[in-house]
Design a protein around this ligand. Structure first.
Ligand code: ADP
Length: 303
């Protein structure tokens, strides 16, 4: 595999008796109720601290967790920030499944299952699905993964409420929560420019974001992410990626998910990552913040 972890093989540790089998986890996550929590804090901005002079507590946690099992990470961040892109890259690199609850919801929507019409109304209005439904979908996905021998995960889109975070915290140890941040002006444009291949599910973007430097703030450029030729004629737009619905999703993020950042910050698990631009600038910096290395990416950049 093309990954070398510089933080004591955080990503590649084998399963041991310490690990919580996903089936147990899935069962527990279905049945547990919220826990209470307390506070303290740890953050890290890789843009300001690329040399890792000020490592957050979470990287220490990573080292400890690496002894027992594959990583259990969570991605937080506003709609359009790029959670799916970076979670999927890390999941390939680390060999753990990328589980996006938005995808689980869309799969359920596309099926003719009993939840389908109920979900359609909620999602197209930009609202959150109930904790019960989302936990049920996630539990089933974890059970299916366990049956295939999966271990570890990178969650994307879950938890999205403090209650979901409390339930998750009650059933398993999350090692690290990566909070992706991007300038407000880019988020809407990125959602509106998002295109998905209806066949392979690949995520692309037609938006070209070019924010000029202003009042001491640096500019930011994010090139479009074009599809490969085989996907070009199969692109679709998510029905909830309209301007009105994206604005509603951003409002809901502030109200319901922002407090989840505090929940993990207070536990010293939150790694704040300010995206400096598109994938070519951000991916190496994210790897650096995580003490990881992508040899294949380096080789293709050097070629
Ligand atoms: P976004 O691009 O806004 O981050 P996602 O693809 O993660 O969107 O999710 C799409 C939709 O699926 C959400 O707007 C919401 O309706 C539903 N959803 C996904 N994850 C959750 C969750 N953890 N809790 C409640 N609803 C969720």
């Amino acid at each position: 595999m093309a990954v070398v972890s510089r933080c004591s093989r955080a990503a590649t540790a084998a399963t041991t008796a310490n690990a919580t089998p996903a089936t147990t986890f899935a069962y527990l996550i279905r049945s547990l109720s919220p826990f209470s929590f307390s506070s303290s804090s740890s953050t890290f901005d890789p843009q300001n601290d690329l040399n890792n002079r000020n490592k957050p507590a979470v990287l220490g946690t990573l080292k400890r967790e690496s002894k027992g099992r594959n990583v259990q990470w969570v991605f937080l961040g506003c709609p359009g920030v790029g959670k799916g892109t970076y979670a999927s890259r890390l999941s390939n690199l680390l060999g753990v499944p990328h589980i996006a609850t938005g995808d689980l919801v869309r799969d359920e929507l596309a099926s003719s299952g009993p939840l389908s019409s109920q979900l359609k109304e909620i999602v197209t209005q930009g609202k959150l699905v109930s904790d019960e439904i989302i936990i049920d979908l996630l539990s089933k996905r974890l059970e299916a993964g366990e049956a295939k021998g999966e271990s570890g995960f990178i969650l994307d889109g879950f938890p999205r409420t403090v209650r979901q975070a409390e339930i998750l915290e009650g059933v398993t140890d999350i090692d690290l929560v990566i909070n992706l941040k991007l300038r407000e002006e880019a988020l809407l444009a990125k959602c509106l420019g998002r295109r998905i291949c209806s066949e392979c599910g690949g995520n692309y973007n037609v938006a070209c974001i070019d924010i000029k430097a202003e009042n001491g703030r640096p500019g930011m450029y994010m090139a479009p992410l074009p599809p490969p030729p085989q996907c070009a004629s199969k692109l679709i737009t998510r029905p909830d990626d309209t301007e009105e619905v994206v604005k509603q999703r951003l409002r809901i993020y502030q109200a319901m998910t922002r407090p989840v950042e505090d929940f993990y910050r207070s536990r010293g698990k939150l790694l704040e990552f300010d995206l400096p631009g598109g994938i070519p600038e951000s991916w190496p910096k994210l790897l650096c913040a995580l003490n990881l290395e992508d040899r294949e990416d380096k080789q293709s950049a050097a070629a």
